[in-house]
Design a protein around this ligand. Sequence first.
Ligand SMILES: Cc1cc2nc3c(=O)[nH]c(=O)nc-3n(C[C@H](O)[C@H](O)[C@H](O)COP(=O)(O)OP(=O)(O)OC[C@H]3O[C@@H](n4cnc5c(N)ncnc54)[C@H](O)[C@@H]3O)c2cc1C
Length: 212
Amino acid sequence: MNNQEYDVIVVGASNAGGMAAAAAAEKGAKVLVIDKMGSAGYLYRETIAAIHSKAQKKAGVEIDRNELVNFISTFNQGNVDQRLLNVWADNSSEMVDWLDDEVLQPHGAYIKATPDAHYETERNRAFPTGNEATAPDGKYWQMGYGNWVIAKAEELGAKFAWHTKLEELIVENGRVVGLVVKNMKSKKTSTFRARKGVILCTGGYGSNQALM
Ligand SMILES: Cc1cc2nc3c(=O)[nH]c(=O)nc-3n(C[C@H](O)[C@H](O)[C@H](O)COP(=O)(O)OP(=O)(O)OC[C@H]3O[C@@H](n4cnc5c(N)ncnc54)[C@H](O)[C@@H]3O)c2cc1C
């Protein structure tokens, strides 16, 4: 299994990783997802912040995009990379709509938005950015839809390797070109090459000392 080659390797199969894998596979990339755990479906969360999703438009939710981005920046006293906020503000609804149309609705579930989050004090504002993944019976649900996202990514061609932990990034000429991984069961290490890129979705890797 040494040196198997993919276009894109995603590390972490949870919220960020499953979506990244599905998006890359949808665009025709040969994708591998690795996760050190045996499953990740239970980690997908119910409430997803977005602006102007189809569900929000249907519910009459109105959010002033620039006001919100400025509010978050100001709230953090400018200690924030506004380019990231802009990426979220401009692309979040596409992801929520994809989840709604491609993953939830085929199972009878759906995204629900409500315009009732308004809250305002002298210092604080609330914006109704929440998009709730809602169970087929209309209830808020704990079980999660993560395994459906993973199944969708697999249907699109992504391969998942569980119990597979990223040990080291392989860097050549200043570019990440692959991974050294360890199988958590057999303890064997192997390498994978990534032609186009490695996407780290390991959940706050900036403070993951072991990984860094
Ligand atoms: C109880 C609770 C409720 C929450 N509810 C919400 C909510 O409703 N809405 C919301 O937006 N946020 C919510 N959050 C926060 C949300 O869970 C996180 O922001 C989110 O999980 C981050 O997703 P992620 O894909 O980046 O990382 P994670 O979900 O942390 O997933 C990281 C994955 O990477 C894998 N991994 C880590 N290191 C390695 C390695 N070295 N090699 C291979 N795999 C590795 C892990 O096994 C894991 O599967 C909640 C958090 C908690 C604790």
